[in-house]
Design a protein around this ligand. Structure first.
Ligand SMILES: C[S@@+](CC[C@H](N)C(=O)[O-])C[C@H]1O[C@@H](n2cnc3c(N)ncnc32)[C@H](O)[C@@H]1O
Length: 271
């Protein structure tokens, strides 16, 4: 599963289905990227028509990831990251942020989208002192993810698990909780969970998601705020807790969240 890259992977490219929209590609479209197809524009635009704030959410999720990883690689002293549901390479990927703070950081990316695999070489641009790796695997199989990640990360040492806007791809809430439990369960004390996902309380997002789920794309399931907070059970939440993304340790001068809550996120330490 774990592979080395120097160029776009043609075998992966041949597995790409450009007839149905894909989560990673639509997300890339919302972020202003170019790695997407007309079918993704159509589904992405239909979503925007009902809920224009979705593009802000995509940016907020990236910004939250950035602030969380900066804190983890900085003050928290974490040197290993496991980023599942990575998405297509973008401006500031997890290793770019972590290695800017700590050049020796080791980062393993996991996604199950063939286009992300095809572009994975752009994620493997580690500092010489650090390491990056990419695993083509499904979050539904956390044991496989851990086995593969252990080839690059030392799982006896703390790891930050980042799950940004991906747990909603697991249809069943209890299964999603169990998967996160399995992943965190295999990481040692002092490890962290950095997590964000969308809530079901925002009418526009809920309606746009309902229609999105009829497009043939892998469906997305919104959770209640209480359910999202439940992903942190058994962990020590850092201040300010599970909050709207813009309100998690904002950069100086950044605007606080406004209006209805769309997504919640937090960072917590395994005791
Ligand atoms: C909404 S995007 C979020 C991307 C990124 N984490 C961010 O916040 O910018 C969801 C990502 O999760 C990936 N994904 C969806 N289901 C997955 C699964 N079962 N296993 C691994 N990755 C998955 C998609 O391919 C996509 O790249």
């Amino acid at each position: 599963m774990s592979q080395e890259w120097s160029a776009p992977d043609t075998a992966a490219l041949s597995k790409i289905d450009s007839t149905v929209p894909h989560s990673a590609r639509i997300w890339n479209y919302w972020l202003g990227g170019k790695d997407n197809y007309p079918v993704d524009h159509e589904a992405g635009d239909a979503f925007i028509k009902i809920f224009p704030g979705i593009t802000d959410l995509a940016r907020d999720s990236r910004a939250f990831l950035g602030r969380a990883v900066r804190h983890l690689a900085g003050a928290a002293g974490i040197r290993q990251f496991l980023d599942i549901g990575t998405g297509l390479p973008t401006a500031d990927n997890t290793h770019d942020i972590a290695q800017r703070v700590a050049p020796t950081a080791r980062v393993v990316y996991v996604d199950n989208d063939p286009l992300v695999l095809a572009h994975a070489h752009a994620l493997l641009t580690s500092t010489p002192e650090g390491v990056t790796d990419y695993i083509d695997a499904d979050l539904h199989d956390p044991d496989l993810v851990l086995r593969e990640a252990a080839k690059t990360l030392d799982l006896s040492q703390p790891v930050a698990l980042t799950l940004m806007q991906v747990s909603g791809h697991i249809a069943d809430y209890d299964q999603a909780r169990a998967i996160v439990g399995t992943l965190m369960g295999e990481l040692p004390p002092g490890s962290y969970l950095a997590f964000n996902d969308s809530v079901d309380t925002h009418q526009g997002n809920a309606e746009a998601t309902r229609l999105y789920n009829e497009t043939g794309a892998a469906a997305y399931y919104l959770r209640s705020p209480q359910q999202l907070a439940g992903f942190f059970d058994g962990l020590d939440l850092l201040e300010p807790g599970v909050v709207p993304l813009a309100d998690w340790r904002p950069d100086p001068g950044a605007a606080p969240s406004q209006g209805e809550v769309i997504a919640l996120g937090g960072v917590a330490r395994k005791p």
